[in-house]
Write a protein that binds this ligand. Sequence first.
Ligand code: F6R
Length: 354
Amino acid sequence: MLKEIYEAPQTIRLASLGRVNAATRTIKLGGLEGVEEQLRHIDRIVIVACGTASYAGMIGECLIEELAGIPVEVQIGSEFKYRNEPFSRGTALIVVSQSGETADTIAALKKAEKYGVLQLGVVNAVGSTIARMTDAGVYCHAGPEQAVASTKAFIAQVVVLLEIALFLGRDRSPLFNTLLQEIEALPDKAQAVLAQAETIKKIAIKYKGYKDFLYIGRRYAYPTALEGALKLKECALIHAEGFAAGEMKHGPLALIDEDFPTFALAGDGPMLEKTYSNMQEIRTRQGKIIAVATKGNKLVHQHADDVIYIPKTLEQTEPILQAIVMQLFAYYVAVEKGLNVDRPRNLAKSVTVE
Ligand code: F6R
């Protein structure tokens, strides 16, 4: 798992190689060229995936809606296949899967087939069942992922969904050029996050004894928080929940006391002040806070017990850097607890049965 976490910079490079070119201000997704005409007519996208891939999908939802202006809905495969929702022909389905063999995601494709909608894949395993079933798609190119917990594949999925969002919004998004440049800058920034592994390890040792954890974030950082919580659950066998920070008052705040720490995703961006207020609400209840903040933020330590700084980036690309922090945190807690981090109990790498 550690090896795969450390492949993040290269993963970002491989997922954008030959696709993103900031100098020429272009994005080229060969896998979508054959369906470009169909893509012009879609007015709704449904993203279907499971687990970590579904959280990448939720980040994709924010990206496609903001950059391309197309309404997106995310559903988990195990629910999607049993729902009876209306499905118009202007809808496109995007399935996200590392293995390309997940039974519930395959079932989603089979169901959508009946509606005759365009089916796209964001898949890592080349030639897998899902890659073959979809009409078109964009490969993640993350290389084989061996550890059960998905790490580098999540990074690649977010990069590819960002590329799809930019591709769909290329004629209209004011952020188009800035984001192309940012994708090219990301490998070095990911490397800078990895360089903080020792700091993250120290914090992991400090918090390894807790039995419950909360992860909070807003907007792009909300699905990222869900993913952070999942990593801690599956790797470190610690009960962890992810919540939109604004939901705290609607229930989860009742849980907070000195034994229930929170991982707060508090990057620079339009939601920072509001996230500070949520952190304050937690601290008032004696809850401890580990914040992931942007380098240069001089105020965040007033709202947190421990801070991990990530390089400045855009709100849209922040999940990628935040994810590396949370992957390392889950990894170190698991190793400190003497667990087999590569093969967590009760889990399989690829879930090929319902
Ligand atoms: C979590 C994890 C799982 C997978 C999920 C989907 O770390 O690995 O939640 O993301 O089982 O698998 P794929 O992406 O292969 O469809």
